[in-house]
Structures are given as structure tokens and as C-alpha cells.
Ligand binder design. Structure first.
Ligand code: ASP
Length: 314
């Protein structure tokens, strides 16, 4: 079983990920046949607590939870009593006291979702929907699931992750998940000041200085957004020149000839067109960005089901 909470991809085994992907396939097939997937979350009050902006993750969780029959309660920071000085722990404990026993939480502070999970213990189940520059496990699971639909085999996959690795919780979770699934060719390209300083977090990857040298033979280019909102947070202050970034690291159509036209382009969104990727590539034949978004729903259905009935993937 996943455990009481889903906070980090570190909690997962390869077999659990495979089971989640199989279960996501089942959810998808049922949905295509217009069959209500299951009432797996009937009588479950699911709280979506988003203390940071989100479009895809929040709505993806909401659709997934509703398809499973959950009663969905949305709490946004601007409307909550945290604005009156209540601590986040108190807010969460009050929601749990009202019977909200599955909480999906996003917050800009790294590590805070883990702390909340410790506080609530076994009284509720918490899913980390992104904690600052920490982790984003459900995004990584949806990305692995997307890859499993788009490439022949995960084991022989050659993937390049490009951009702001330092602040990207998506990259932090994805790299670990790729390694767990046995991917051995993971290439990283980032300016030095946007690279992780902790070598442990880059274990299993090869860092390249220049984009052109990392492109030959890759099956997938995974582009990250510049997380400028975190350029002066606890991770450190980054002095940044956007025009030089665009010149050296933006993915352009000319790069595709180096990678091969069969290459797939991924991005977790939101996309800053013209900054980390040129406009033409966002809607190109190579882009599977919207497929990532669609496949996020069955994967989140599988995740929520596994958390509410842990024996399903024991
Ligand atoms: N949507 C992703 C996240 O919440 C990626 C991003 O914001 O760049 O981390």
C-alpha cells in the first residue's frame, strides 16, 4: 500500500507505480465507455486546499474525485481563516474534525505538507499537491504514466530534462521516479545557477553544459518553467538574465533536427511560451503537453482510490 499519506515519491516502490498505472488504465477504459468509474470515494469528503496558484493540478484532482463519487470541498487561502491569523495546522485540524478525511494540499512552503501529515497522523489522509520547491509526486506519476503511453519501453527511454531544475518540485519528484522505474539515460541541462547543488538529488543523471550536446538520440525533452517566484526564497537568491537564458536554453524548432523528429516534448505547465519553449513547438506534432494533462485525471483517480482503499495496491 502507498501508506496513510502521499507526500513524496520516495514512499513508492516500482511495483506500486506499475499497479497505479494499470489501475489508471482501468479508470480510463471505464470512462471511455461512459461507465461511472466507481463509487470508490462515495461518502468521502475530500478537501482541496490550495494556498498557491494552480489550474491543472487542482482541477484534475477535482474531476478525478468527483468521478469517484467524492463530496469535494474547495478551500482557497484568500477565503480561509488563515487570513485572520489562524495557523494552517489549526485550519487542517478543524477540517478533519468536520469529517474531511482526504486532504489534497498545495503550499508555497517546502516541507509544510509533510508537517501537516505528521500532525493529523491517522485521522486523515494527506496528498502533497506541491510544496514549494520540494516535491510534486502526483505530477511525476502522471508524467511516468504519460511516458508509458508514448514510448516503447521505460527502461530504454532517453530523456532530457531542461530548465530550472533548482526550484522545480516537478523535476525533483520526476528524477527520482525515473530512476526508480529503471530509466538509465536521464540528461539534465540547466544554467549553473539553476542546477541543484545537492549532488544526491542528481543521482542517476548526467549533467550537460550545452543543450546542443545533450540532444542527440533523446526520445523525450521535458521542459521546465522558470520558477521566478522562487528566485529569492530559502533555496537562495538567483541573479538571472532572461535574455541569455532564452538564447542558450529555450527549445526552438532548430533543436528538433538534433533530437530527431520522433522526439516527444513534455512540460508540466503553465507554459511561458517564447521563454522556455518557442511558440511553434507548443502545438507541434511532437508536443504531448496536453496528453499529460488528460492522463493526469485517470492517474489521480488511481491515486485517490489507492489511498482510500490501501489494500488495492498492497
Ligand atoms: N505546475 C507545476 C507546479 O506546480 C509546474 C510549474 O508551476 O512550473 O510545480
Amino acid at each position: 500500500m502507498i501508506g496513510q499519506h502521499l507526500l513524496s515519491v520516495d514512499q513508492l516502490t516500482k511495483q506500486q507505480v506499475v499497479t497505479l498505472m494499470d489501475n489508471a488504465d482501468t479508470m480510463r477504459e471505464l470512462d471511455h465507455k461512459h461507465i461511472i468509474a466507481s463509487s470508490g470515494l462515495a461518502h468521502t469528503n475530500l478537501g482541496l486546499l490550495f494556498f498557491e496558484h494552480s489550474t491543472r493540478t487542482r482541477i484534475s484532482f477535482e474531476i478525478a474525485a468527483r468521478r469517484l463519487g467524492a463530496n469535494v470541498i474547495l478551500l482557497q487561502e484568500a477565503m480561509s481563516s488563515t487570513q485572520k491569523g489562524e495557523s494552517l495546522t489549526d485550519t487542517v485540524c478543524n477540517l478533519v474534525a468536520m469529517g474531511i478525511n482526504l486532504l489534497v494540499i498545495r503550499h508555497m512552503q517546502q516541507g509544510i505538507v509533510q508537517q501537516l501529515a505528521e500532525q493529523v497522523g491517522r485521522k486523515a489522509c494527506i496528498v502533497n499537491a506541491g510544496d514549494g520547491a520540494g516535491e510534486h509526486p502526483t505530477q511525476a506519476l502522471q508524467d511516468i504514466y504519460t511516458l508509458s503511453h508514448c514510448v516503447n519501453s521505460l527502461q530504454s527511454l532517453r530523456i532530457l530534462i531542461l530548465g530550472d531544475i533548482l526550484h522545480s518540485r516537478v523535476a525533483h519528484s520526476l528524477i527520482k521516479l525515473l530512476v526508480l522505474m529503471g530509466v538509465t539515460d536521464i540528461r539534465i541541462v540547466a544554467p549553473k545557477n539553476l542546477l541543484l547543488s545537492d549532488e544526491k538529488q542528481l543521482k542517476g543523471t548526467v549533467v550537460h553544459d550545452r543543450l546542443t550536446e545533450a540532444l542527440p538520440g533523446v526520445d523525450v525533452i521535458y521542459i521546465l518553467r522558470l520558477q521566478q517566484e522562487r528566485f529569492s526564497d530559502q533555496v537562495g537568491t538567483v541573479i538571472f538574465d532572461q535574455s541569455s537564458y532564452i538564447k542558450n536554453y529555450r527549445l526552438n524548432p532548430s533543436h528538433l533536427s538534433l533530437a530527431g523528429n520522433q522526439v516527444h516534448i513534455m512540460h508540466p505547465g503553465p507554459v511561458n511560451q517564447g521563454v522556455e519553449i518557442s511558440h511553434q513547438l507548443v502545438d507541434s506534432d511532437q508536443s504531448i503537453i496536453l496528453k499529460q494533462v488528460s492522463l493526469g485525471i485517470p492517474m489521480r483517480m488511481a491515486i485517490l482510490t489507492a489511498l482510500s482503499s490501501p489494500n488495492m495496491i498492497a
